[in-house]
Design a protein around this ligand. Sequence first.
Ligand code: 5GP
Ligand code: SF4
Ligand code: MG
Length: 466
Amino acid sequence: CGVFGVWGVPDAAALTALGLHALQHRGQEAAGIVSYDGERFHQHKGLGLVGEVFGDSRVIASLPGPVAIGHNRYATTGGTHVRNVQPLYADYEFGGLSVAHNGNLTNSATLKQALVKRGCIFQSMTDTEVFIHLIAISLYSNVLDRFLDAVKQVKGAYSLITLTPNDGLIGMRDPLGVRPLVLGRLPGHEVGNGGWVLSSETCALDIIGAEYVRDIEPGEVVVIDETGIRSLHPFGDQGARFCVFEHIYFARPDSVLEHVPVYEARKKIGAELALESGVEADVVVPVPDSGVPSAVGYAAQSNIPFELGIIRNHYVGRTFIEPTDQIRNLGVKMKHSANRAVLAGKRVILVDDSIVRGTTSRKIVDMVRAAGATEVHMRITSPPTKHPCFYGIDTPEESKLMAATHTVEEMAKAIGVESLAFVSFDGLYRALGHNGRAEGATRYCDACFTGDYPISLVDKEGNLVH
Ligand code: 5GP
Ligand code: SF4
Ligand code: MG
């Protein structure tokens, strides 16, 4: 998901809509904005892209006020239903409260069971609502203490933006900083401490002309109000385990994650792949869009021409976000076309970010061959995806992950390529600026590749499912 929040700027909702538009790649199922005008909350949410939900200027006009938060939904829990669309809003003892959340709680089913026993009534299927109930029933006497009480009970990956009437805008990253959150500032709004922006990625600061101030630190809580910006570290320093897959695939290439420009990192991963598993060929072809920066790096390193042998239709969303297998299968054909002029008679190196189920790869390889390629070599910029993510990226259960049930050789056969190679762990970590995994791994989560889950999977261990 993508989260975005603006504090102390006229027409905060309009800026939030722009920010969500720049974060569209983080979730395409639904979008929502909640604003606060000093007296009342206003909200609008809908299924679809940001442009579809907020395209009508009357909608933005119905969200007045100098503070707003927004969310792009990418369903990992709760399914596609409008009542699951965030930001969630609730009335409780201290007035209104709205929360936007990116990530997944790993103990939400366990907490929910306990909350329902105590009489809480749930309206949605989202983790976020668990969080709202925890705040509502907390015995502390102010909002910030209740917020802290709630986050101490949840486990998982969560970048949160919370909008309160009197206690400001509260931003937080989970104790290990698995999901990203950055702080920005719009110049010209310093009087009254305005102009603050919270965003999943820096690309959404750029679109509104905000300056990047810094990353929110793992476990850090920031509270923004008229008096200034305060920072708390209720969890102390537990080390950082940022999601390495944000670098490989999820984030937009023009974003900067933890001071590493995503585009550069992806180019370097491509170069590492070329060094590790180079092969003679005539063209390097990215599977667009996710394979493009790394294919640029691969081509430069190998001195094999980069060509657009696959053309992407931009009017369909990311294939894997579509909820059913049937749609996913249809989606691939709608999304990619082979460019015969580039491929006919050529030995082709295809570069992509990951093989999850293997269905996309199989279809793309078939298409490239049908367009006349004489050899197809697949190069993947992540290690094999062998384990599901429980921290906010939608991967299927283990049995459906091709790399969990096949060797690399078997995968090559199933996908139909002459050769298949994945970047090594050391190559990946070198591309991110470390001396291999031994040095870099403690800074990242790479559980979907290694099975080394840095946050306990409480619901899973208790056999509770969402
Ligand atoms: P598959 O191997 O499942 O057919 O599709 C892999 C493609 O889906 C990759 O090219 C990649 O761009 C995209 N993808 C990226 N991240 C994810 C993810 O987290 N989950 C899934 N299912 N697909 C992803
Ligand atoms: Fe990212 Fe993979 Fe960790 Fe999920 S399991 S947070 S996708 S690195
Ligand atoms: Mg892809």
